[in-house]
Design a protein around this ligand. Sequence first.
Ligand code: ADP
Ligand code: MG
Length: 361
Amino acid sequence: MSEQKDPSQPKRTDINKLGEFGLIDHLLSRFTPKLPSTIKGPGDDAAVIDNRNAMTVISTDMLVEGIHFDLMYTPLKHLGYKSVVVNLSDIYAMNATPRQITVSIALSNRFSVEAVDELYAGIRTACEAYGVDLVGGDTSASYKGLIISITSVGVAQSDQIVYRSGARVGDLICITGDVGAAYLGLQILEREKRLWLENPDIQPDLEDQRYLIGRQLKPEARKDIIELFAKAALVPTAMIDISDGVASDLMHICKQSGVGAILEESGLPIHHETKMMALKFRIDPTTCALNGGEDYELLFTIRPEDVDKVKYLPDIYISGEIVPAADGVKLHTNGGRLHQLKAQGWRHFGVQPQSDTTQDV
Ligand code: ADP
Ligand code: MG
């Protein structure tokens, strides 16, 4: 590939110029481990973490270009940030505190050093926002797209860890924040992409939809909620983060706990912008809330005697009740009817891949 000469073009450094080790050194030079538990960060054959007498909680995720993200509308910095956040969300969903992450990437030669820098700038911002150290990773070439795999390591005292399996009949179902917005953000981005592909002269105007698009491109994990639990001395009976949609994620809790649930339609927290945009897309807002994904809110259950503890905590909504397994997992609609919930979730396998983004970045 020839060197960029046009001064109006941003700088583009071919990764081959640095080589694998040069790239790793370059990326890691901007990361300094800060936590006392990080005994050895990047640079050796493995990282060393001292968790003293705490339990270690580990989670890993892989994101594949064209399946999980589309670089046509996802800025690399946001992608880096989101990749970390969605991983930390799994650790918070165990009522644990994430401390360290490893980041592995596979890159095709479409990616310049500057593009990888953008990705890592987002990763660094997330590390700083959530107080985690980057302690290692791996770097590989790939034939075509970008693959990112992140593993996070967290800590918790054993009696504070919350599993999906702990919900009991009579427990209350709680949801944080609001749900369904990230799904609509994705629908807006996909619509604008289609319009742009039809007519590249039209620049999309996404300003009006900042909230919904922000929920898709720059989600946050609910670190704050875990901290509130600790302050209120509240340990939920079961918990999951909402990545596939309330319906699927509630069903995971019910299946693993051996219980059923009744969810109140009126108890689903839905942002007013979600409601308005759902109507524009002619989708029922409740369907977005139940089956949209990627909200990264927390869905958890509590003993009824703990209701006063959550009532006064901000941004937590009581949305239903755990019932015997024989009663199934149902939605109690505003019209007073009971509907069986179905797990939809994201079905990446068998779906048409998103656009084949082949331009250099
Ligand atoms: P090894 O050959 O032992 O796998 P590497 O040369 O791949 O070692 O990695 C050297 C160091 O840099 C290790 O500490 C590794 O964890 C870290 N590292 C490699 N790639 C990345 C990356 N993409 N992001 C963060 N750390 C990385
Ligand atoms: Mg390696």
